[in-house]
Design a protein around this ligand. Structure first.
Ligand SMILES: Cc1cc2nc3c(=O)[nH]c(=O)nc-3n(C[C@H](O)[C@H](O)[C@H](O)COP(=O)(O)OP(=O)(O)OC[C@H]3O[C@@H](n4cnc5c(N)ncnc54)[C@H](O)[C@@H]3O)c2cc1C
Length: 495
């Protein structure tokens, strides 16, 4: 009989950990507060339309390949590489910049605004590549036992990369490019991490290398929720049970070990080992009452931007709008610096639009289109009151109508809106922060909350707010690191 392990949460981190552990002979069970699996990798179905709820594309597909091999299963979904990565439009202009992996095609997009673009971009990407190769295995995909362990690993990174620690992504852009268009577009990677280019360390401009050279961007045939569905079907083949509508709210411990987790109905869940996929910082504070993670201390940490998301069904097809689009304004620096603190006006919002049905025609009824809109907004620490949500949503829809040249309101047949309050409630996301803990230097690598508990010897964490960070490939790496740690501490039961 294998050791029993209980996983709290069925996000990508939890699901991939479950399959990795099962392959190692552990007896896995899962509990999930919602009635369906996937966490943020979820879907919204309404009025004949289907939308991906959160993630729409990702990089580093080879992390999924590694996971499939480790778990000993067949890939249960199909990646699709995006040809045009995304398009960007600035308010007040008709022009759209199309971002391609092909450098010659990309250079044509910027020939009017950035002289010698190709050479400058090659230099920028080359330096990103060197950095990526120097940190991928030493830092990014490494687990750390202590801060000292992390600092020691940092000393093995060539010193020429050190300035990236104190420079920001924006500084990095300024070193390589001149035009505002190029600097703003290629610093959008900071928003993918839930931050802004003005507060995200330049180490993360590595993402430009992963998007343009290394692995590009991918989505999944039939929609991103196929990832969750595919993993769930593997779990059921292996008879790994999931108890839905079960939220862990309390615990019991004995001699420095957790003995029982307790759900909202007062039911006890016992196991030998406990793995938490609920946000690692939030769980430590809310459920464990760890004094290092009180609300006051959590509030002082850096959290990623909160999402305001719109799921719109319209009764006609939109022409000339590609799959992924960023609609930016004309005050990038001011907007970015203030959007965290609610001191921006949403009269001129910045947002991302995914024309879901462009890539998956089955997601909308015949002759119709489905749109997913994501507007980064302040989390509930800075904007606790969302009574003005209808007004903000109306502004976004009318701005989008103007820029896409279609009266969306007139053609709207389905509308769902999720505010940070909804996101917080649905998945226990701290104050509605969409991507979990931010990626400041103090919250990077060995300085992020660990994947093991400092007090309880049989308690571990997996997912966005522990190492290495946020995003789908990071959740998959996170499950690798945590499962390796569990196997090391509790034994490799079989392979
Ligand atoms: C709007 C949005 C857009 C995004 N876009 C992208 C993208 O395009 N590409 C990309 O790579 N990433 C994207 N991300 C980030 C990505 O979704 C996350 O990094 C990833 O899905 C997190 O997985 P996870 O396993 O860490 O956590 P989660 O998905 O949050 O899973 C945690 C699970 O635990 C459950 N849970 C929480 N507390 C308890 C409890 N006490 N008891 C029981 N269950 C509990 C939750 O209900 C949830 O199911 C996006 C995120 C958002 C919000």
């Amino acid at each position: 009989m294998g050791k029993q392990i209980l996983i709290t949460g069925t996000g990508l981190g939890g699901l991939t950990a479950a399959l990795r552990l099962s392959a190692r002979g552990y007896q896995v069970r899962m509990v999930e507060k919602n009635h369906s699996p996937g966490g943020r990798l979820n879907q919204v179905k309404k009025d004949g339309f289907t939308f991906d709820m959160g993630p729409t594309f990702f990089s580093m597909t080879y992390e999924f390949d590694e996971f499939i091999q480790d778990a000993g299963i067949k890939m249960p979904f199909t990646f699709r590489e995006l040809d045009t990565l995304y398009a960007v439009n600035f308010r007040g202009t008709e022009k759209k910049y199309f971002i391609h992996k092909d450098l010659d095609k990309l250079a044509l997009e910027f020939q009017d605004v950035e002289p010698d673009f190709k050479n400058k971009m090659q230099r920028f990407l080359k330096s990103g590549e060197k950095f990526f190769n120097d940190v991928e295995h030493k830092i990014l995909k490494k687990d750390f036992d202590s801060i000292w362990d992390y600092l020691l690993a940092m000393t093995t990174v060539p010193p020429r990369h050190l300035p990236r620690l104190w420079r920001t992504i924006w500084d990095e852009m300024e070193r390589h490019f001149e035009s505002r268009e190029v600097k703003e577009i290629f610093s959008l990677v900071a928003f993918f991490l839930g931050g802004t280019p003005f507060d995200t360390p330049a180490i993360y401009s590595i993402l430009s290398y992963t998007e343009l050279v290394h692995d590009g961007y991918h989505n999944v045939e039939g929609g991103m929720y196929k990832i969750t569905e595919g993993l769930i079907s593997e779990l059921s083949k292996q008879k790994i049970p999931i108890e839905y509508n079960t939220e862990i709210v309390d615990f019991r411990s004995e001699n420095g070990r957790i003995t029982t987790l307790i759900d909202q109905h007062g039911n006890s869940h016992k196991a030998d080992i406990f793995l938490i996929n609920s946000d690692a910082a939030f769980f430590r504070g809310r459920v464990l009452k760890d004094p290092k993670y009180t609300e006051e201390k959590l509030d002082r940490m850096q959290w990623t931007l909160a999402p305001l998301t719109l799921y719109l069904g319209i009764d006609k097809k939109i022409d000339n709008v590609p799959l992924h689009n960023y609609f930016l304004g004309d005050n990038f620096e001011e907007y970015s610096k203030n959007v965290f603190k609610n001191s921006v006006s949403f009269e001129k919002p910045y947002y991302y639009v995914n024309v879901v049905s462009r890539s998956d025609p089955g997601s909308a009824p015949e002759g119709m289109d489905s749109l997913f809109v994501l507007c980064p907004v302040p989390d509930l620490r800075f904007k606790p009151d969302w009574s003005d949500k209808d007004q903000i949503v109306e502004t976004i829809i009318s701005d989008l109508s103007e820029r896409m040249n279609i009266d969306i309101q007139k053609h709207l047949v389905s509308k769902t809106v999720l505010t940070p309050e909804d996101w917080a409630k649905a998945f226990n996301l701290y104050k509605g922060s969409g991507l979990g803990l931010g990626h400041s230097l103090k919250q990077t690598g060995g300085l992020r909350p660990r994947n093991f508990d400092r007090k309880y010897k049989n308690l571990y964490y997996v997912g966005s707010s522990t190492i290495p960070g946020t995003g789908l490939p990071m959740a998959v790496i996170s499950s690798k690191l945590t499962v390796e740690r569990i196997s090391k501490n509790h034994g490799l039961l079989h392979r």
